[in-house]
Ligand binder design. Structure first.
Ligand code: GLU
Length: 278
């Protein structure tokens, strides 16, 4: 068993991250497998080395160890880009200049009914589909034309998390209805989160992806990208989320619950485990 914890160095680790990292670490250590650390710094405009330092410090303080040097996405940008270019060369991509607002407006058109949301926000209605890649400039995204790339898509993945354990199926129809053509590269970025994560999970030979259930919906898209690129599929385990007193899930901005703050206040790693029910 090989799993990974993949924080984005865009803020401090909070109790939700600690829960995710400790859950994955405990599961893998119980089997004698390996735990890896991936620094998800694909978004170079938001990632900061100071946050990365604090993240590794917090994880070590929590008692976690990782078996290989951290895998930093910023060291692999040209590999991700090569895949985007390969897919573009097969004529499976198109440039997209739609803003979030454009997508929201298209989705709010009366004939579209209630706007639907997928793992990447509103379902992309395909506005730019068919645009030639010769139109592409740095400020545009690159999307995958799903119907062209995966016309016969019908694959599965196994989920072992408590909420939705069992086999799950992913088809072209479900993906188009629930996600729309996904972004492979954001403007001014080498690749999107979804593309980089499937490439990294394969490159790091991850057998089990253990992460929060907010990413369950993203899994079907990631499974489709694995099918497209001929990559192996790990087993997925989406765990419960840590929520604040009002039931809202913790986010980076919840600095009040930063591990750093608890450390400064004199908490021990055992206190943190207790607070998150471990
Ligand atoms: N950096 C992502 C996050 O913080 C990682 C997602 C994943 O584990 O695939 O949510």
């Amino acid at each position: 068993m090989r799993t990974r914890f993949a924080p984005s160095p865009t803020g401090p680790l909070h109790l939700g991250h600690a829960f995710s990292a400790i859950t994955a670490h405990d599961m893998v250590r119980a089997t004698g497998g390996q735990f890896l650390l991936r620094i998800d710094d694909i978004d170079q405009s938001r990632a900061r080395p100071e946050w990365e330092d604090l993240i590794t410090e917090d994880l070590a303080w929590l008692g976690l160890t990782w078996d290989e040097p951290p895998w930093r996405q910023s060291d692999h940008l040209s590999d991700y880009r090569a895949i985007v270019e390969h897919l573009a060369g097969r004529d499976l991509t198109y440039p997209c200049s739609c803003t979030r607002r454009d997508i929201a407006e298209a989705a709010a058109a009366p004939q579209e009914g209630t706007p639907k949301h997928g793992p990447d926000g509103r379902i992309y209605p395909g506005t730019c589909r068919g645009r030639p890649m010769s139109d592409w400039t740095e400020g545009m995204a690159i999307r995958l034309d799903l119907a062209k790339a995966l016309p016969d898509l019908d694959v599965g993945f196994t989920e072992t998390g408590p909420a939705r354990a069992g086999p799950h199926r992913v088809t072209l129809a479900t993906l188009l209805a629930q996600v729309g053509d996904p972004v492979l590269a954001r403007p001014h970025m080498a690749a999107s989160y979804h593309l980089s994560v499937v490439l990294d999970d394969a490159a790091q030979a991850i057998t089990h992806v253990i992460r929060g259930e907010d990413l369950f919906e993203a899994t079907q898209l990631q499974r489709a990208l694995q099918a497209l690129l001929g990559l192996p599929t790990p087993i997925y385990h989406h765990h419960r989320l840590i929520r604040d007193d009002t039931g809202k899930r913790l986010a980076k901005r919840d600095d009040a619950r930063a591990i750093r703050t608890y450390r400064d206040e004199g908490a021990t790693p055992a206190d943190i485990r207790r607070m998150i029910g471990l």
